[in-house]
Design a protein around this ligand. Structure first.
Ligand SMILES: *Cc1c(COP(=O)(O)O)cnc(C)c1O
Length: 353
């Protein structure tokens, strides 16, 4: 019955998210969710908002949230744009800025949704290889192009560029938008938001899904100078004027207000990550340096695919990608200390056989 589909839809290759199976006592280290709950103040703020006002449309600009984000990051409120998850913000950005006469530049190994947006919007991508250390090489992003997309830290490798390296790319592309996707920035990289005032071509995208433990709320944001925000608003108001419901806005604002909780959880996850990285190295794994809430690892003696299968039988889920260059790697989300210990002991047993 696919003859009902628009021709463009027949050509799509949709994104495949990590699985969300219903297995009991599952240790779920496959989709980079936060193992800790959001702040209790977030839950309370959503509950307080949950009343008869739900009959009304929410504020189309989500002004309470854009103002809170602006104050938090030290930019003007009209330099902030919010959407229904950063995936939606990214989609609007591809639509708004990258339908140009030249292909966009992005890493060959990165967040796989970027390629999906390219298909959806008819954008060509010129994929730049990672270097031998699996780092994004800034030199690959300086030639004439339709725009640049870099996840920093990159996913699924977990490695971050420095702000100086990001600036090299911004300076080489004064005519094109350089999009920096900072989904994992809170786990150890430096945010480019502080460069917004200096670079009219910089668009920074962030999410509440990972470091703020709000994947279920669907809140993402972009930061950039006014002319870029206007481009995003034009697309948004041609698609869905009310991307964020009032419950989402209330929860996201409360998250920004509970800085102590945010810092404590973030520090805990970083500490757990470093412990697990050391333990996996002791088990013989190669562990890439991570600035994220996941580790990207491979074992010289065991196929990553097989390890993922055997872990799955033990109700531990990790992510394996079949992409050729990274098919011998596993991406392991940092869980609680207890979850990571169960992973470690399962791997120790598996490798002993
Ligand atoms: C998780 C992730 C996103 C999407 O986040 P949402 O805000 O939940 O849509 C975007 N980019 C990267 C690199 C991610 O890992």
């Amino acid at each position: 019955m696919s003859n009902f589909w628009s021709p463009r839809v027949r050509e799509l290759t949709p994104y495949v998210p990590g699985e969300q199976p219903r297995i009991e006592r599952l240790i779920k280290l496959n989709t980079n969710e936060n193992p800790y709950p959001p702040s209790p103040k977030v839950i309370a703020a959503i509950a307080a908002e949950n009343d008869e006002r739900l009959r009304l449309y929410p504020d189309p600009q989500s002004l309470r949230l854009t103002q809170a984000l602006a104050a938090y990051h030290g930019v003007a409120a009209d330099e902030v744009f919010v959407g229904n998850g950063s995936d939606e913000v990214l989609a609007h950005a591809f639509h708004a800025f990258f339908q140009q006469d030249k292909p966009i530049l992005m890493p060959a190994i990165s967040y796989s949704f970027y390629k999906v947006y390219c298909r959806l919007f008819g954008i060509e991508a010129d994929l730049q290889p990672l270097d031998a250390a699996m780092r994004v090489d800034p030199a690959g992003y300086k030639s004439p192009c339709g725009g640049v997309v870099i996840a920093n830290p990159n996913a699924p490798t977990g490695i971050a560029l420095s702000l100086a390296e990001i600036e090299e790319v911004l300076q080489a592309q004064p005519e094109r938008v350089v999009l920096i996707d900072e989904a994992y920035v809170d786990f150890g990289a430096e945010s480019a938001v502080k460069l917004v005032a200096r670079y009219p071509n910089l668009l920074v995208v962030q999410t509440f899904s990972k470091s703020r433990a709000l994947a279920g709320l669907r809140v993402g944001a972009a930061f950039g100078q006014r002319h870029l925000m206007e481009g995003l608003e034009r697309v948004k108001d041609s698609f869905n004027s009310y991307p964020l419901g009032r419950l989402s806005v209330a929860g996201a604002v409360a998250s920004l207000e509970d800085e102590d909780y945010f810092q404590a959880r973030r520090a805990q996850l970083i500490a757990t990550r470093e412990t697990l990285a050391g333990q996996l190295r002791e088990l013989g794994f190669t562990v890439l340096p991570s600035s994220t809430n996941f580790l990207f690892v491979s074992h010289p003696k065991r196929r990553a695919f097989d390890l993922a299968q055997v872990l799955r039988v033990r109700a531990i889920l990790v992510r394996h990608f079949s992409t050729l260059e990274i098919e011998n790697y596993l991406r392991i989300t940092i869980g609680t200390d207890e979850e990571c210990e169960q992973l470690r002991s399962a791997l120790a047993e598996i490798l002993a056989h």
